[in-house]
Design a protein around this ligand. Structure first.
Ligand SMILES: NC(=O)c1ccc[n+]([C@@H]2O[C@H](COP(=O)([O-])OP(=O)(O)OC[C@H]3O[C@@H](n4cnc5c(N)ncnc54)[C@H](O)[C@@H]3O)[C@@H](O)[C@H]2O)c1
Length: 345
């Protein structure tokens, strides 16, 4: 394995890939030599370089994990696939659906795995919610909403939407099992021109299910929360809680078909609240191990290129809606030319 981009997040990939069974971390690559000097003493068997070409030319590298900044994902991943490597890319896969499709095609042509780092799909709490939906305990989803808020980290190349929302979008698409029909979004740039700090997005699905996403790096709260309202029960996943990450609310409203008046028709149910046990394994460790297993066993990843593309399509549609004053954008609409700063090379 090689990891390219060992900055704020990439150093976590380095730690996990170095410790994962079934792989050996043979290269770490970053443009910043200070980062490499800090890593080198902890990784005696790993070579350090600032030149990605050196990594891609190495015959002992089967797979490359890319955690450089998002605008470089497309080019980096393309070069790695063209060099015959399996590729793991941090989210978002790329900044345009067009370039995501190109990577998927390339991976297929070369017979290589392409995986995107949709971390939350490896979170035991999300897997628990999946199993609650699968067993029918929650019923069907009426709607859900997510809040990913904090003061910082303020980025320059990516808006809060592109930086934070891929996590929420990936979970919503996974739990709903389908793509939204329309996406409408409002966002504002208060700190830097053209880089939205706060974004509110509504996804509307053809079967009347809805999801709302609120992301911001200009907020007094530190929140990473998802609320899912089902036809039978409701569930809250609060990733800021140290242990009690999931609460299941046996609450709901039953509508009787045989009623004399509207007052009698709807019965509210205020049942118990309970906390299921959730495995506390680090999601990133599970994600890295999954990638290695997929490479070794030639299996399609849980979060493959197609999943990355689906998320990018929603990200793009919302960006278009923001730029058009909140107009609902259908996913099938052809996208206009990519806006300045968001075009993939
Ligand atoms: N899954 C998650 O929860 C999560 C969290 C944070 C960031 N991320 C993703 O990880 C990626 C990196 O984010 P970050 O916060 O670590 O950014 P960062 O700026 O801290 O790190 C990026 C690193 O990439 C290096 N780099 C850039 N171009 C390079 C090149 N051509 N060759 C070698 N190295 C190069 C930079 O020197 C820097 O050290 C982004 O895609 C981001 O969306 C994911």
């Amino acid at each position: 394995m090689a990891v390219v981009g060992a900055g704020g997040w990439g150093k976590n990939l380095v730690r996990n890939f170095a410790a994962a069974p079934g792989a050996r971390l043979v290269w770490c690559c970053d443009l910043n030599e200070a980062i490499l000097s800090r890593l080198a003493p902890q990784l005696p068997g790993t070579r350090m370089t600032t030149r990605v070409e050196e990594v891609l030319a190495s015959p002992d590298v089967d797979a490359v994990a890319i955690a450089t900044d998002a605008p470089t994902h497309h080019l980096m991943a393309r070069q790695a696939l063209e060099a015959g490597k399996h590729v793991y890319v941090e989210k978002p896969l790329t900044l345009e659906a067009r370039t995501s499709r190109e990577l998927i095609r390339l991976a297929e042509e070369r017979g290589k795995q392409l995986m995107v780092g949709h971390l939350l799909l490896f979170h035991p709490a999300v897997e628990k919610i999946e199993s609650l939906l699968g067993s029918g305990e929650l019923g069907d989803i009426y709607y859900m909403y997510t809040q990913r808020l904090n003061l910082g980290v303020v980025r320059k190349d990516e808006s809060a939407w592109w930086s934070l929302a891929p996590h929420d979008v990936s979970v919503i698409l996974h739990l709903f099992g389908t793509e939204p029909g329309t996406v409408s979004a409002r966002g504002e740039s208060y700190l830097q021109p053209g880089v939205q700090d706060v974004v509110f997005v509504n996804l509307h699905f053809p079967d009347r299910r809805m999801a709302q996403i609120h992301v911001s790096w200009l907020d007094p709260h530190k929140m990473r929360k998802m609320t899912i309202v089902g036809t039978k029960k409701m569930v809250v996943f609060d990733d800021m809680e140290a242990a009690e990450k999931i609460k299941i609310y046996d609450k709901g409203a039953d509508v009787s078909p045989d009623y004399a008046s509207y007052n009698e028709a709807i019965t509210l149910r205020q049942g118990d609240i309970y906390l299921p046990r959730v495995d506390m394994t680090e999601p990133l460790s599970r994600e890295c191990r999954h990638f290695i297993e997929c490479v070794r066993e030639n299996r399609r990843p849980k979060t493959g290129g197609e999943d990355g593309l689906r998320v990018v399509r929603v990200l793009e549609a919302a960006q278009q809606s923001i730029e058009e004053g909140g107009r609902p954008v259908t996913l099938e609409e052809p996208r206009g030319p990519a806006r300045r700063g968001r075009k993939d090379p």
